[in-house]
Design a protein around this ligand. Structure first.
Ligand SMILES: [Fe+2]
Ligand SMILES: [Fe+2]
Length: 244
């Protein structure tokens, strides 16, 4: 489904049961010659969750995409992997729009950034803490500095085995399918060789193994296509190339 908007080609597609990927392409430009995408994920349930708000300047586009599925005012949780503009730039705009919404992040994110910046107090999840949304259940996984940010962590949705893996497997380019079974590690490594966004912390291997132990079958990537397949294996391959 494409949203008709003269300034963008924001699209929304269901990539799992009740899980929607919203994607806004940024055309090739001097800063990022191949172009780029910013993706957000909507879990439609009794307590609807939006994983990442997108940058503040994309707020109208993301809101419009959500509205094609549910009223954006019914959002309950605004999930944040780590504190950066593309993860949560439009946080206060969404909090103003959705009266029951609260930011949802890790305990570190709540402490160091979100509770100061956000207009409503965050729900901070501890490592491994589960949260029921109705039919879906998300659990928080602490992954400090993977790929960057002390506060970094991810949500794993257990009924669909979807890992909302944020900046992991960031692929360049403005044109991507919503969901692929093709290679995303090659493109994301090409991106990393040009712009290394990883902190390369000492426990990277252990954190990737912790994510692999969830056995995700869908990787919901924030930049590029989402991926379907054996997620444990792919996370293992990422650990291997990072270790070289
Ligand atoms: Fe980031
Ligand atoms: Fe990002």
């Amino acid at each position: 489904m494409k949203i008709t908007n003269s300034e963008s080609n924001t699209s929304i597609a269901e990539i799992g049961d009740g899980i929607y990927r919203i994607s806004t392409p940024v055309p090739p430009n001097p800063a990022l010659p191949p172009g780029f995408t910013f993706n957000q994920f909507l879990i439609v349930d009794d307590e609807p969750l939006l994983f990442h708000t997108g940058p503040r300047k994309m707020f109208p586009l993301v809101r419009e995409a959500i509205e094609t599925v549910i009223p954006a005012s019914t959002l309950r949780y605004l999930g944040i992997s780590h504190f950066e503009a593309d993860e949560c730039g439009a946080l206060n705009e969404f909090l103003a729009l959705a009266p029951r919404a609260v930011p949802l992040c890790g305990a570190v994110g709540k402490m160091v950034s979100v509770d100061d910046v956000a207009d409503r107090e965050a729900r901070g999840l501890g490592d491994g803490e589960q949260l029921s949304l109705g039919t879906h259940t998300v659990g928080w996984v602490d992954t400090p500095h993977l790929p960057h940010g002390w506060d970094c962590g991810y949500l794993f949705e257990s009924t669909t085995s979807t890992l909302f893996c944020g900046d992991l497997f960031t692929q360049p380019g403005a044109e991507h399918p919503a969901l692929t079974e093709g290679d995303i590690l090659g493109p994301s490594e090409a991106m990393r060789s040009a712009m290394d966004y990883f902190a390369h912390a000492r426990n990277t291997d252990q954190l990737l193994a912790k994510l692999a132990a969830k056995h995700p079958t869908t990787l919901a990537c924030m930049h590029g296509a989402s991926w379907n397949g054996n997620g444990s294996e792919l996370l293992g391959q990422l650990a291997e190339v990072l270790g070289k």
